[in-house]
Design a protein around this ligand. Structure first.
Ligand code: MG
Ligand code: MG
Length: 259
């Protein structure tokens, strides 16, 4: 069942989204060659706590049998890693790396979830195209989040950008409703048919999150039980916003200056 949020719930989600946007903006500034993913996570963790929030991802149960609960505040995934990378003191970011940061915060019981990819230092034109297309597909999907539309409109808009640029789509993971919990109904695939799926209504809060890769679409999970990588080790990118459907169209709750 897709939950419709009350005005009170929406106000709390706006606060959660604003706090998360500030955390991600700070992370973006700190992604430089030489920094470790642990240092980035520590910074985010302290900001989340200082804002009176809980780091939503910490303690999330693993999907793979035997995987430990997620141990950090953020997922930081590099190059062929698509999502769910675990921050580590051993992981030093290098010039030209794609760094994908995903973070969730819970504020007074309400969750915001958002992600971005950027290149540390300088990247090749192919990497720039991958990142730019993934980001544009997110905004194309968001644009379709309007009352009277269908969920498939969002999925199709995202998919169309990947198809136009010849990129692979991650099909094993998808976007989702968000708010009282990190993952609510509906699942939001990054491919679909326009005019199909649940009717979109004012008061729905959705996390739309395209994940594209330069190579083949097959993915696998590493032995840590979390990190999802492209099977052919081609680079991947991930963008995500938490949005609210209003009478006037989409409102991005996790928007920050550069995006
Ligand atoms: Mg996320
Ligand atoms: Mg999400």
């Amino acid at each position: 069942m897709i939950l419709i949020k009350s005005d009170h719930e929406i106000a709390l989600m706006r606060d959660a989204g604003k706090i998360l946007a500030e955390v991600l903006m700070g992370m973006n500034e700190r992604i430089v060659p030489g920094v470790t993913t642990q240092e980035l996570d520590d910074w985010a963790d302290s900001r989340i706590a200082a804002a009176g929030c809980v780091a939503t991802f910490r303690g999330q149960p693993g999907m793979v049998r035997g995987a430990r609960p997620f141990p950090a505040a953020t997922c930081i995934s590099i190059n062929e890693e698509i999502i769910h990378g675990i921050p580590s003191k051993q992981r030093v970011i290098k010039d030209g790396d794609i760094v994908s940061v995903d973070c969730g915060v819970t504020y007074k019981g309400y969750v915001a979830d958002s992600a971005f990819s950027r290149i540390a230092g300088n990247g090749s034109p192919d990497l720039v195209r991958l990142l730019e297309t993934t980001k544009r597909s997110l905004y194309a999907g968001i644009e379709k989040a309007r009352p009277g539309g269908r969920l498939g409109d969002i999925s199709f808009a995202v998919e169309s950008w990947a198809v136009a640029e010849g990129l692979g789509i991650v099909r094993d993971f998808c976007g989702h409703g968000v708010g009282r919990s990190l993952h609510e109904d509906p699942g939001i695939p990054n491919y679909g048919k326009p005019g199909t799926g649940p009717l979109l209504r004012q008061g729905m809060t959705l996390a739309i999150e395209p994940m594209f890769m330069l190579g083949k679409e097959k993915v696998k999970v590493l032995v840590d039980g979390w990190t999802v990588v492209t099977s052919d080790r081609s680079p991947a990118a991930h963008w995500e916003h938490t949005i609210l459907i209003t009478d006037n169209g989409p409102e991005i709750l996790t928007k920050w200056a550069q995006v």
